[in-house]
Write a protein that binds this ligand. Structure first.
Ligand SMILES: [Fe+2]
Length: 293
């Protein structure tokens, strides 16, 4: 297996490995080391089934429980438990109705975010395979939050180093004008606390932990918090920190949500885009939670 860095600050392109079959311990260790170093790994020509994708994923930890991350009801699901459906398709495989609430919710993936930052224990890695590629647009962009942190001035680092944010799917979807939720959804999407700066458990590198799910900072007036988060996000998504992935069928990209943000760009939603994600669960909260009565 070989890894070639394809962006000045992050992203490795992996070759000479077939991830559709079981990996040797040496290959697992090489992928793990590559992820710690590059934060995003890109593979080509990997025609994975769902079973093979899940088998590859569990080399690196436990599959995250997808519940609580969407408004899709169990009977509306297209894929098996263990797979995150990030396509634009309904259960019958047709593009979702433009007006459907499910599609509106999915549009939130076009905002910069880190997967599952709205969970008490946020996701470690996400792994995405391209099954059907949309004819227009639909690139996924990644931003290196380590390089973005490193490039901050000393005063900003001091200001933010110990700040704690509140993350919720209602904050990110609120930015898109989606404010109506059932009582059940409100309970499911209750804000959770995350450190604004986190330290990678293996490399010790610090990174900005930003996400469109972040909508408040503990102890700071809401308006100031929103401006600070917006400024930091603008800083962190400057071109020198961003890699845009143009998908081909069989591409497989995995990323470390603790070190990067990502977003999907707009595409032709009348045509299918079948992308399937698996998620490696994180192992600890980034900060203590406060029980809200
Ligand atoms: Fe995502």
């Amino acid at each position: 297996m070989k890894i070639r860095q394809i962006h000045p600050v992050f992203v490795g392109e992996v070759s000479d490995i077939d991830i559709t079959r079981p990996l040797s311990p040496a290959e697992v260790a090489a992928v793990d080391a590559g992820m710690n170093e590059h934060a995003v790994l890109v593979f080509h020509d990997q025609k994975l089934t769902d079973e093979q994708q899940m088998a590859f994923t569990v080399n690196f930890g436990v599959l995250e429980d997808a519940r609580g991350g969407n408004i899709t009801k169990p009977e509306e699901r297209r894929l098996d438990v263990g797979m995150n459906d990030v396509s634009n398709l309904d259960k019958e495989g047709r593009p979702l109705d433009r007006e459907s609430r499910q599609r509106w919710f999915n549009v939130g993936n076009m905002l910069w975010h880190s997967d599952s930052s709205f969970r008490v224990i946020p996701a470690k890695w996400s792994l995405l395979s391209a099954r059907v590629v949309n004819p227009v647009g639909g690139n996924t962009e990644y931003a290196d939050m380590r390089a973005a942190y490193d490039a901050l001035d000393a005063g900003t680092k001091t200001l933010i180093d110990d700040l704690v944010c509140e993350h919720s799917l209602m904050y990110s979807r609120g930015l898109l004008g989606m404010h109506d939720y059932s009582e059940e959804e409100r309970a499911m999407f209750r804000p959770v606390r995350q450190r604004l700066v986190r330290t990678h458990p293996v490399t010790g590198r610090k990174s900005l932990y930003l996400s469109s799910h972040a909508g408040a900072i503990v102890g700071m007036p809401m308006a100031d918090a929103r401006i600070l988060l917006r400024d930091l996000t603008e800083h962190a998504t400057q071109p020198q920190f961003v890699y845009a992935h143009r998908w081909h069928v069989g591409d497989f990209v995995m990323w470390d949500n603790r070190q990067v943000m990502h977003r999907v760009r707009r595409y032709d939603e009348s045509q299918p885009r079948d992308m399937r994600r698996t998620t490696v669960a994180g192992d600890a909260p980034t900060t203590a939670q406060v029980e809200v009565a």
